[in-house]
Design a binder for this molecule. Structure first.
Ligand SMILES: [Mg+2]
Length: 185
């Protein structure tokens, strides 16, 4: 637990350095937030996250930055159970359809996209339903095809090699602010 707090504190501090921050951060699940493919696991398993995932998600929540999931997992039922077991379902906030969960405290609709359609389609939906511009989004995924496609929309997209961690997070924030500055010139 101490490690989570440490990562969270470092991520919060990191965000304080940047003048511009994303409004929405979107994560893939398999090999981005957790180190396995859901379809190779059973609902009875006890899942674990990559070591920095939880701290980064907590930091985003602290800073009031929304997080969402874009997953093409063929076993959304397992992914949903795992998110609940990990107690992170409520960390993902967005206002679009499909599977949704109502948080009892703050009534918001949480969206998890599970489809086989290209991730660019997920982002088109996210954009049209939330009104968040593509250039205000930051995206993490371990699949370079997703990164290429989604970055063409104007979303700052970061390829992760060993799951999302503080290094990838810093890279994402840096690239995001560079992209914003380019736009301004
Ligand atoms: Mg993946």
């Amino acid at each position: 637990m101490e490690d989570v707090e440490k990562v969270k504190a470092e991520a919060v501090q990191m965000m304080g350095v940047f003048h511009v921050l994303p409004r929405l951060v979107v994560f893939d699940l398999d090999y981005t937030l957790w180190p396995f493919y859901c379809e190779c696991r059973s609902k009875r398993d006890t899942p674990s996250l990559y070591p920095h995932s939880r701290g980064i998600l907590s930091a985003l929540r602290d800073k009031g930055i929304d997080a969402a999931i874009a997953s093409k997992s063929p076993t959304p039922d397992i992914a949903t159970v795992f998110l609940q077991k990990l107690r992170i379902t409520s960390m993902f906030v967005a206002r679009f359809t499909q599977l949704h969960f109502i948080n009892h405290q703050i009534i918001k609709i949480k969206e998890i996209f599970y489809t086989w359609t290209p991730k660019t389609e997920h982002f088109q939906k996210i954009h049209s339903r939330t009104g968040v511009p593509y250039n205000s989004m930051l995206f993490f995924d371990d699949d370079n095809n997703n990164i290429k496609g989604v970055s063409k929309l104007g979303v700052t997209s970061i390829l992760v090699n060993n799951g999302v961690n503080l290094g990838a997070f810093r890279e994402g924030l840096t690239k995001f602010s560079q992209n914003k500055q380019k736009k301004r010139k």
